[in-house]
Design a protein around this ligand. Structure first.
Ligand code: F6R
Length: 637
C-alpha cells in the first residue's frame, strides 16, 4: 500500500480579532515543520461561508495570495505542509474541504487506513480532489453531520464535536486536527493522537497550534492537550474531553519561552550565523552547567538531578534520529570509554519496533533538539510503558531527555531534562544544537565518571579544563576556516560523491560531516569508520571522489593515517581534518585544527566540516536554510 505522509504545522483561532493575521503569524513560526505548500481557511463574518486560500511553495506565496483578497473573519485554520508523497501542489495543500464546502480540515500526521476509508466513500459517490490521506476527514465529517442532523441535534459546536468524535474513532494512525464547520461559525474542534497540539488562552480568543512559538506572540497562557483528547473552542470557552468522553478540567500553565528576536545579523544565511554562534553556545553551556563547588572552589558539572539518580544506573540506552543520533554516538563513546558504563545507541525508528530486552537499572536517554521528533517520542513513550508494567523498583522509568526545547513533548514526558541551551536554531541543518548536545554528553560522562569512580580526579579535571578552553578555540577555528573552506568549496562544489572517514570518538563526526554535506548540498556523501573502508566502500574510490579524513592524535591516529594512505593509493584526493602533526603530510589538503586531547576533539573537528558543507551548498546557489524535502521537526514516523 502506498502511504501518503504529511508532516506539517497547524494553527487555528477563534475569537474577536481578525483571524488571518493571527493565522499567518502562527504559520510563520511553524514553517520549520514543512515548507512545501501552505493554506488557510476562514469563515467569512458576513456570509458565514468557508473561504480557502492555498499556495504551492513557501509561506511567502500564501501571504502574497492573501494580501490580494479582502476576506474578513474571526475564526480560521491554517497549515504549512511537508510531504513525501502526494506532490506539493495546490490540490494537496491543506485545508481540505468536503464537497458541500461546509467543512474544512487541517491535519498533521498520517491516516494509515485512509485508502480503505476513501474506497468506502467513493463507493457512496464521494468525489476526491487531492492525493492526500487527509481529504477523507472532511468527507467523513460531512457524512456524520448529515446523520446527526437526522437525529435532530442543534446546529452548534456540540454537533460538530460529536461528529468529529465519531469520525476519529474510525481513524488509524497519528494526527493533530483542526476543523471548521460553516454550520457553527464560531466553533472550532481540535483533536490529537500522537501528534502535538497546544491550546493558547488569549484575551478574547483561543488559539491552538502544533507548537508553542505559534502561540507565544498572542499569549503565554497555555493548555497542552493530552494524547487522544478532543476539544471544542468558541470565543466563550473551551471544553476538553478524553477518549472516554469524560470532560477534563485542569489549570492552564504559563509558557516559559520568551519571544526571541532572531536576526541573521550580517550573515548570508542562518546556518552560517548559527555555525558562528557556537563559541557563545559553549559559553552559555559552561556558564550554566559548570559551577564552582563552594567547598573545594573547583568547577563541577551541575545537572539538575541528585547523585542518587546517577548511582543506580548500570547501563544506558540512547534513542535519537539524524544529527542527534550522531551526537548520541559521541555520547556513547564517552559514557563507555570515559565513564565505564555500557551504553548503546539506537535509531529511535528502529528501537520503537525492536527494542532490546528490558534490563534493570537502565537509563534511557532521548536526544532531540526539537523535542518533537515522532520516532524519538514514540521510543521514549514505549520505554516508559514497558517499565511501568514491571513491578520491581529496579525497572522503574529512568528516563532522561536532552533537548533544546524543555517545553516540548519530550520535556513533558520526564522531569529529568538537560536543557542544551543553544537558543533558537532556524537553519534546518542542525549545527549549534549538535554542538550543545555534544557538550551535554561531556557533562554526563564527567558526572558518571565521578560517581562511579571510573576516572582519576586528574583526568576529570583535565577534561573540565579542556571544556573551559573551548570558546576561544572555536572562535579561532571559525576565523581560520571560513575563508579557506569557501576556497575549498570553489574547487569541490561540483563533485558527485564524497567519503568521510573517522575512527573512535571521531567516527560519528565522519557521519555528521557526511549528513551535513548531503542534506544541504544534495551531493552524495557517506561516512565510514576508517577501518571499514577496505571491506567494500574502497571500491568506490577513484580520483573523482574526495576523501575527508578526521585524524586527531590519540589512540587511533596511526590507524586513521594508514587508512587514508589506502585511499590515496586508489587516487582519491585526500583532505585531512587534523592538526599540523607528523603523519598528516600525506593529505593533499589539510584543514588544520589545533592539537587538543582526543577526548574533546569532536567539538573541534566538526567546525571545519560544518563550514565546508555550508560553503559548498552556498556555492551551488542552494536554499541552505530550507533545503528541499526537509523540515526542522519531523513529527511523523
Ligand atoms: C540534520 C538534522 C536532522 C535532525 C533529526 C532529528 O541536520 O537536523 O537529522 O537531527 O531530524 O531531529 P531532532 O533533534 O529534533 O530530534
Amino acid at each position: 500500500m502506498k502511504k501518503i505522509v504529511s508532516m506539517c504545522g497547524i494553527v487555528a483561532v477563534t475569537g474577536y480579532k481578525k483571524a488571518i493575521p493571527l493565522l499567518i503569524d502562527g504559520l510563520k513560526k511553524l514553517e520549520y515543520r514543512g515548507y512545501d505548500s501552505a493554506g488557510i481557511a476562514v469563515i467569512n463574518s458576513e456570509t458565514k461561508e468557508i473561504i480557502c486560500n492555498k499556495a504551492e511553495g513557501k509561506l511567502k506565496n500564501l501571504i502574497c495570495n492573501v494580501s490580494h483578497t479582502n476576506i474578513e473573519g474571526t475564526i480560521g485554520i491554517g497549515h504549512t505542509r511537508w510531504a513525501t508523497h502526494g506532490k506539493p501542489e495546490v490540490k494537496n495543500a491543506h485545508p481540505h474541504v468536503d464537497n458541500s464546502g461546509k467543512v474544512a480540515v487541517v491535519q498533521n500526521g498520517i491516516i494509515e487506513n485512509y485508502q480503505e476509508l476513501k474506497n468506502r466513500l467513493e463507493k457512496d459517490g464521494v468525489v476526491f480532489h487531492s492525493d492526500t490521506d487527509t481529504e477523507v476527514i472532511p468527507h467523513l465529517i460531512q457524512k456524520e453531520l448529515i446523520a446527526l442532523n437526522k437525529l435532530k441535534l442543534d446546529n452548534n459546536g456540540s454537533t460538530l464535536l460529536v461528529a468529529v468524535r465519531n469520525v476519529i474513532s474510525d481513524l488509524e494512525g497519528s494526527y493533530a486536527l483542526a476543523i471548521l464547520w460553516a454550520g457553527a461559525p464560531e466553533s472550532l474542534v481540535v483533536a490529537r493522537k500522537q501528534a502535538p497540539l497546544i491550546i493558547g488562552i488569549g484575551e478574547g480568543e483561543f488559539i491552538c497550534a502544533s507548537d508553542t512559538p505559534a502561540i507565544a506572540n498572542l499569549t503565554k497562557i497555555i493548555l497542552p492537550m493530552e494524547d487522544e483528547e478532543i476539544a471544542l473552542l468558541t470565543p466563550l470557552g473551551i471544553e476538553i474531553y478524553d477518549s472516554n468522553n469524560e470532560r477534563q478540567y485542569r489549570n492552564p500553565i504559563s509558557l516559559q519561552i520568551s519571544e526571541q528576536v532572531i536576526d541573521k545579523m550580517n550573515f548570508k544565511h542562518y546556518m552560517l550565523k548559527e555555525i558562528y554562534d557556537q563559541p557563545d553556545t559553549a559559553k552559555n553551556w559552561l556558564e550554566k552547567y559548570l559551577v564552582k563547588d563552594s567547598n573545594t572552589g573547583k568547577l563541577e558539572v551541575n545537572y539538575p538531578f541528585d547523585t542518587k539518580f546517577f548511582e543506580s544506573i548500570e547501563r544506558i540506552e540512547i534513542v535519537a534520529c539524524g544529527t542527534s543520533k550522531n551526537a548520541a554516538m559521541v555520547g556513547s563513546y564517552l559514557l563507555q570509554q570515559f565513564s565505564g558504563i555500557p551504553t548503546n545507541v539506537f535509531y529511535a525508528s528502529e528501537f520503537r519496533y525492536s527494542p532490546p530486552p528490558l534490563l534493570p537499572n537502565t537509563l534511557t536517554i532521548g536526544v532531540t533538539q526539537s523535542g518533537e521528533t515522532a520516532d524519538t517520542i514514540a521510543a521514549i513513550n514505549m520505554e516508559i510503558k514497558r517499565r511501568s508494567l514491571m513491578s520491581e523498583k529496579r525497572y522503574k522509568p529512568n528516563i532522561l531527555a536532552i533537548t533544546n526545547r524543555v517545553e516540548s513533548s519530550i520535556g513533558r514526558k520526564t522531569s529529568n531534562i538537560i536543557d542544551i541551551c543553544a537558543g533558537t536554531e532556524i537553519g534546518v541543518a542542525a549545527t549549534k544544537t549538535f554542538f550543545a548536545q555534544l557538550l551535554s554528553f561531556y557533562g554526563l560522562a564527567i558526572k558518571f565518571a565521578q560517581i562511579k569512580g571510573s576516572q582519576s580526579n586528574q583526568n576529570i579535571r583535565e577534561l573540565i579544563s579542556d571544556l573551559v578552553q573551548l570558546p576561544p578555540l572555536v572562535e579561532e577555528l571559525l576565523e581560520k576556516h571560513n575563508k579557506s573552506s569557501a576556497k575549498l568549496a570553489h574547487d569541490f562544489f561540483n563533485v558527485k560523491d564524497v567519503i568521510f572517514l573517522g575512527r573512535g570518538i571521531n567516527y560519528p563526526i565522519a557521519l555528521e560531516g557526511a549528513l551535513k554535506l548531503k542534506e544541504i548540498s544534495y551531493i552524495h556523501a557517506a561516512g565510514y569508520p576508517a577501518g571499514e573502508m577496505k571491506h567494500g566502500p574502497i571500491a568506490l574510490l577513484d580520483k573523482k571522489v574526495p576523501v575527508i579524513s578526521i585524524a586527531t592524535p590519540g589512540e587511533v591516529f596511526d590507524k586513521v593515517i594508514s587508512n587514508a594512505q589506502e585511499a590515496k593509493a586508489r587516487d582519491a584526493y585526500l583532505i585531512g581534518v587534523a592538526p599540523d602533526y607528523s603523519g598528516t603530510e600525506i593529505f593533499d589538503y589539510l584543514m588544520t585544527i589545533p592539537l587538543t586531547s582526543e577526548w574533546i576533539s569532536p567539538l573541534i573537528s566538526i567546525i571545519p566540516l560544518q563550514l565546508l558543507s555550508y560553503h559548498i551548498a552556498a556555492h551551488r546557489g542552494l536554499d541552505v536554510d530550507q533545503p528541499r524535502n526537509l523540515a526542522k521537526s519531523v513529527t511523523v514516523e
